[in-house]
Design a protein around this ligand. Structure first.
Ligand SMILES: [Zn+2]
Length: 151
C-alpha cells in the first residue's frame, strides 16, 4: 500500500542511528525537481523544459520542523484507520527538506508530542509501525523524531 515510498528497516532506526531509513522520491533529470510522494508518470514542474526521466532518489534523512499540530481527526491514506476502533490522537509534523526544497508530512515518532517540538527544530526520519495485521504482518511507515532525543 505504501510500497516504494521508503527504504530501510524500521527496527534499525530506534537505536540512535539513522538505520539507513530513507524516504524515496523521484527526481526529474531535466529540471532536478524532486517529488514526494513519488511521481513516476511525468514531471509536474510547470517550468520543466521536458524530456527528462524520473529516477528514484532517497530524500534527506534530516529536515527542519516547518509546522506541526496534534491530530484530532483521522489521518488520510496511506494511514490505516479502523473506523470502529477508538481514535488515538497523534502528532502530525510538516518537515522542510532544504536540499529538495519541499515539505514532507508525517507523524511524529511514538512518544513525541507537540510539547516536544518547535518550528525550526532539526528532526530525522525514522521507521515506524503503521499497522499490524492479525496474521502478524507488520506494515511500516515513516515518523519524524527530534535529533538527539532518546525515546
Ligand atoms: Zn522536470
Amino acid at each position: 500500500m505504501v510500497s516504494g515510498w521508503f527504504t530501510g528497516d524500521y527496527a534499525e532506526g530506534t537505536d540512535g542511528t539513522d538505520g539507513g531509513f530513507r524516504l524515496l522520491g523521484t527526481r526529474c533529470s531535466a529540471c532536478a525537481a524532486v517529488f514526494f510522494p513519488r511521481e513516476d508518470a511525468y514531471c509536474r514542474n510547470p517550468r520543466c523544459p521536458g524530456g527528462g526521466e524520473l529516477a528514484e532518489t532517497p530524500l534527506s534523512p534530516h529536515g527542519r520542523v516547518w509546522s506541526y499540530t496534534d491530530g484530532r481527526y483521522r489521518p488520510p491514506a496511506p494511514y490505516v484507520s479502523d473506523p470502529d476502533a477508538p481514535w488515538t490522537p497523534y502528532t502530525l509534523v510538516a518537515v522542510e527538506l532544504e536540499a529538495e526544497g519541499m515539505v514532507v508530512l508525517g507523524q511524529a515518532a511514538p512518544g513525541v508530542g507537540v510539547g516536544d517540538l518547535a518550528v525550526g527544530m532539526e528532526v530525522e526520519v525514522v521507521g515506524g509501525v503503521l499497522n499490524e495485521d492479525a496474521d502478524g504482518t507488520t506494515w511500516t511507515t515513516w515518523n519524524f523524531r527530534p535529533v538527539g532525543v532518546e525515546q
